[in-house]
Design a protein around this ligand. Structure first.
Ligand code: PLP
Length: 314
């Protein structure tokens, strides 16, 4: 099987100074719309839905969710009806992410925060399943057991592409890191950068997702000092540093996920975390569509970030 995405070496003065090599696994380039880890996580979920003849998909997300965006497009491609249960109010429904999701045919159902909080609870999910029989329910972020084999394929590809020591990924819900752990079988160091404030529950979520065969893996850890203030939080200075890094290496990153990994990478290298001649691969998890909402809300300036496909409310 040919690798789905390329592995690209990048250069930066800080890498040279510390004699570190860095390559980027370009999962952001898998497809111009559906990219990154969300596609990897959806792959076997959608296959399962097709195999079982599911009537449709139900999934969850916030108003700016990369998963909602990716899932809407993927389901349209596979002609699978999909319902997105969205946290928050319908007033957000014409934002960048949700406009596209609707355009691809996702049916949006807005729920208040209290209801949304039940998204992982058995009673709620059973009621939902009863309301929509023969639908496959995919959790927020697409992180379930079926997500893991799709992500694990990244490691198979990397093993054909290069020798390396450490693979770094941003961590939101933990599904991606869990998939990498399964695929890696203790070959490399796996370093997750938490993009939100957490104290140990992400480690537990990752552990809970792992199959028994991978539960004893001890080659991974999550670093908690690089969330920049919390989920989707960052300062204008942080955003500038990410933009500057993108300019130097010629690859776009966004400040909610991959950009936090970049700032962590730079800080870790500068602090001497990696020995000289260490070979690093960073996973570009995609998510550039999230820039749409950040620009719409005036958090980022449109002319300073890559332009995205446009769609305006009718
Ligand atoms: C969702 C997402 C992540 C986090 O992945 P998890 O599997 O939830 O940990 C990282 N990067 C991007 C761009 C994402 O959209």
């Amino acid at each position: 099987m040919l690798p789905l995405s390329s592995l690209q070496p990048i250069s930066h003065p800080i890498f040279t100074q510390h004699k570190i090599t860095v390559q980027v696994k370009r999962d952001d380039q898998i497809h111009h719309i559906i990219s990154g880890n969300k596609w990897r996580k959806l792959k076997y979920n959608l296959l399962q839905a097709q195999t079982n003849g599911a009537k449709g998909i139900i999934t969850f997300g916030g108003s700016y969710s990369n998963h909602i965006h990716a899932c809407a497009f993927a389901c349209q491609q596979q002609k699978l009806p999909v319902i997105g249960i969205i946290r928050g109010e319908a007033k957000n429904q014409d934002n960048y992410t949700l406009l596209w999701a609707k355009y691809w045919g996702m049916q949006l159902s807005f729920v208040d925060r209290k209801t949304y909080r039940q998204r992982g609870e058995q009673v709620y999910l059973q009621a939902l399943q009863k309301q929509y029989p023969e639908h496959l329910i995919i959790p927020e972020g697409g992180s379930n057991q079926l997500a893991l084999p799709g992500v694990a394929e990244i490691i198979n590809e990397l093993n054909q592409q290069a020798d390396f020591d450490t693979l770094i990924t941003p961590v939101g819900s933990g599904g991606t890191l869990a998939g990498l752990i399964v695929g890696d079988k203790n070959q490399h160091n796996l370093l997750g950068i938490a993009v939100l404030k957490q104290q140990g529950y992400l480690e537990n979520s990752v552990q809970a997702l792992l199959p028994i065969s991978a539960k004893n893996a001890n080659n991974w850890r999550i670093l908690n000092d690089y969330h920049l203030g919390g989920y989707a939080k960052f300062s204008p200075q942080d955003a500038n540093k990410i933009r500057e890094f993108s300019r130097v290496v010629g690859i776009d990153f966004e400040p909610v996920y991959s950009g936090k990994m970049i700032l962590a990478l730079l800080a870790l290298i500068e602090s001497g975390y990696f020995p000289a001649h260490h070979r690093i691969v960073i996973l570009h998890t995609g998510g550039l569509q999230g820039l749409g909402g950040l620009i719409e809300r005036g958090i980022l300036m449109p002319n300073e970030w890559p332009s995205l496909p446009e769609l305006t409310a009718q």
